[in-house]
Design a protein around this ligand. Structure first.
Ligand code: SAM
Length: 270
């Protein structure tokens, strides 16, 4: 898998860049992006526990345009933000500037599979990576690199896409007419807002345990099903697709907790 393709893809369409129609880089734009993110994905707030990291050192791998990054910095963490896509990083830097949080964040552009080549080695309290390592050809290399930035007590929080999710089932039916042997190709193609993501790995709980060998897994759960009609959502309206509109709340909650798209893992170094 060509890394150049990965970088090009995220440079072309940084993650969540269309979360607001306002001019990119303005305060209004960033505020709307933030509102939309935590409205559509409220579980991120419970997962990241932003206020908990006040005064702590946070290494964020794959910060994208910096929505979680700015929350960590705003709540008082000292953040090191790493991102492969130059365009995404530029927007993240602009975000730090408009909110006057530049002194709280250090930025590094590069490939997290080779973190030690460009990020000074130092121990962190939290290593956070949301929806990133499954988009790099060798996620296991990122995990190995992370080992250089931890000490006993460091917490690692990762979100990866869940293999046995509603979303995978939906992609298979909608775009593949059930051709499960094309799963990897179909999922990569349709996993993101813009089609054609070059690589998207899927994980089961067992695969995560294997990937994180040597760490103590504190907590692992699944969450998040996107219930809105895409055509409405892209126009900033939140109308659910008919089956989610009629589905009783407790059933939807059960579905999310068992077949959600996000596998959320918290591990600790001991
Ligand atoms: C789905 S986006 C998530 C961005 C951000 N964490 C968020 O939740 O909004 C995936 C991000 O991972 C970054 N990425 C992919 N491979 C990477 C690598 N090898 N090293 C660093 N960042 C990488 C991409 O550039 C992209 O910004």
């Amino acid at each position: 898998m060509n890394k150049k393709k990965v970088k090009e893809y995220w440079d072309q369409r940084p993650c969540n860049i269309r979360h607001s129609p306002k001019p990119v880089g303005t305060v209004e734009y960033f505020n709307e992006v933030e509102d939309r993110r935590y409205f559509v994905e409220p579980h991120i707030l419970q997962f990241a526990k932003f206020p908990h990291w006040k005064g702590k050192r946070v290494l964020e791998i794959g910060c994208g345009i910096g929505t979680d990054m700015i929350r960590f910095a705003r709540t008082g963490a000292k953040v090191t933000a790493v991102e492969f896509s130059q365009k995404s990083l530029k927007i993240a830097k602009q975000r730090a500037k408009v909110f006057k949080l530049q002194n709280k964040i250090k930025f590094y552009q590069g490939d997290a599979e080779h973190l030690t080549d460009f990020v000074p080695i130092a121990p962190y309290d939290l290593v956070y990576s949301f929806g990133v390592i499954h988009h790099t050809p060798h996620p296991e290399k990122v995990i190995e690199q992370i080992r250089n930035y931890v000490r006993p007590g460091t917490v690692i929080k990762l979100m990866v896409y869940y293999r046995y999710s509603w979303r995978v089932f939906w992609i298979l039916l909608t775009f593949g007419r059930g051709q499960f042997w094309r799963l990897n190709e179909l999922v990569a193609r349709h996993s993101e807002a813009q089609t054609g993501c070059p690589i998207t790995h899927l994980y089961s709980r067992r695969q995560i345990r294997r990937l994180l060998h040597g760490y103590k897994i504190i907590e692992m759960h699944v969450d998040h099903i996107f219930p809105y009609r895409i055509a409405d959502y892209t126009n900033y309206h939140y109308r659910k697709v008919w089956y989610f509109r009629w589905m009783p709340g407790p059933i939807f909650a059960w579905l999310k907790q068992n077949f959600g798209w996000h596998l959320l893992v918290t591990a600790e170094v001991y």
